[in-house]
Design a protein around this ligand. Structure first.
Ligand SMILES: [Zn+2]
Length: 387
């Protein structure tokens, strides 16, 4: 058994209406001039304006930076840092899904630094090059239930020139406070609810199967998968089902807590697919899961028995869980192939190459080669699910 460090999250304020505590939380953290960071899609949504107004009405002059795109790039971070400095802000309120939370996190890291995110001429983030790290206090307000970025210490940002996703990590990047209010997720349309919700499931699934020794993470992962199994169809059918929305938010935070144990092949392939084709992260994961499961069958079959029991399946076996995953995806309107999600078939070699190098690849139960990753990606393109 290797010596390792286990980290468990942040203070999380959970409950319907929890967003009302934002001004109080800002003051607790010494934030008096918050910059609200969100993505382009949410900028015009009413509750983002409400959050800015809530701060202003409470004597905390706030401004909005809404330049974050889906699958964010380094320039989004640099622009956010510019807005942070120009407005003389002293804290960040991150409102949104994974993209907005990740950019906000990177802005919190770089907000008091003089250099840009990527060091001159380099294409990797390296926190060793940041002198005197002084992370800006930030509050995470998730509005999707999937990435769990609110409890993580890393951000996924695309390096523009190399078109690849880079992990921006720093141990001090944990949000001091998360505000987890299911009301903020009610406006998510069903297809986004489904794709982000399955991302939470895949985080739990890959963490559960990762080879690292971490029984605490495994326990969280199993309960996270049970919650998604119960709550996601309900939230998909009725977006205003606050109980189901609350369970999904919790499951998303559980997924990201669990995946400190590791992720695996689904994410290793989904990252380059997102970087090259701008495919929605959760959707790519949702499509890829059964194909990677089949490729990993030999290594994970034993573990599927317990998962099958947790999911209350009649057949708690590898095949039983696989069939459940396939039906669950279909029930939630997820396509069976990447082709149906608009992914072209001309990048098999490149996706395989990048997947094998992805930081998530070492968490996969079987160490696949670039060629094997390419073959799994090709099967997900065409829908050939070997058994
Ligand atoms: Zn993910």
């Amino acid at each position: 058994m290797n010596i390792t460090t286990w980290n468990f999250p942040t203070s999380i304020r959970v409950g319907i209406g929890a967003i009302a505590t934002l001004p109080e939380v800002c003051r607790e953290l010494g934030i008096h001039r918050p910059l609200v960071v969100t993505d382009q899609g949410l900028a015009s949504i009413a509750f983002v304006g409400d959050i800015v107004a809530l701060c202003n009405d409470s004597g905390l002059p706030a401004e909005l930076y809404a330049g974050v795109r889906g699958n964010p790039v380094g320039a989004n971070v640099d622009d956010g840092v510019r807005a942070f400095k120009a407005g003389d802000h002293d804290g960040i309120v991150a409102v949104g899904g994974g993209s907005a939370l990740d950019v906000a996190k990177a802005v919190a890291l770089m907000g008091r630094q003089s250099q840009k995110l990527w060091p001159m001429g380099g294409d990797e983030f390296d926190w060793g090059h940041i002198a005197d790290v002084d992370v800006v206090p930030w509050i995470a307000v998730p509005t999707t239930a999937g990435t769990g970025s609110e409890v993580g210490r890393s951000a996924v940002i695309i390096h523009e020139d190399s078109h690849s996703k880079r992990i921006v990590f720093h141990p001090a990047l944990m949000a001091p406070v998360v505000i987890s209010d299911p009301q903020l997720t009610c406006g998510l349309p069903p297809h986004i609810t489904a794709a982000t919700g399955i991302d939470a499931f895949v985080h739990c699934f890959e963490a559960y199967c990762a080879p690292e020794y971490h029984p605490m993470a495994e326990g969280i992962a199993l309960e996270g998968m049970r919650l998604v199994g119960v709550a996601l169809p309900r939230a998909y059918d009725d977006g205003n089902d606050l109980e189901a929305r609350g369970w999904m938010l919790t499951a998303a935070s559980m997924g990201a807590t669990a995946f400190q144990k590791g992720l695996g092949g689904v994410h290793a392939i989904a990252h380059p697919v997102g970087a090259l084709y701008d495919t929605h992260h959760g959707l790519a994961n949702a499509i890829l899961l059964p194909y990677v499961m089949v490729a990993n069958r030999e290594a994970i079959a034993q573990r599927m028995k317990l998962l099958g029991r947790v999911l209350d399946l009649d057949d708690p076996s590898f095949d039983g869980v696989l069939q459940w995953v396939l039906q669950f995806r279909e029930r939630l309107g997820i396509p069976h192939t990447l082709k149906e999600a608009g992914v072209p078939d001309d990048g098999i070699e490149e996706i395989g190459r990048q997947a094998a190098l992805d930081p998530c690849a070492p968490g996969n139960p079987i160490p696949f080669s670039a060629r094997q990753y390419g073959a799994i990606f090709a099967s997900a393109l065409n829908g050939t699910l070997a058994s």
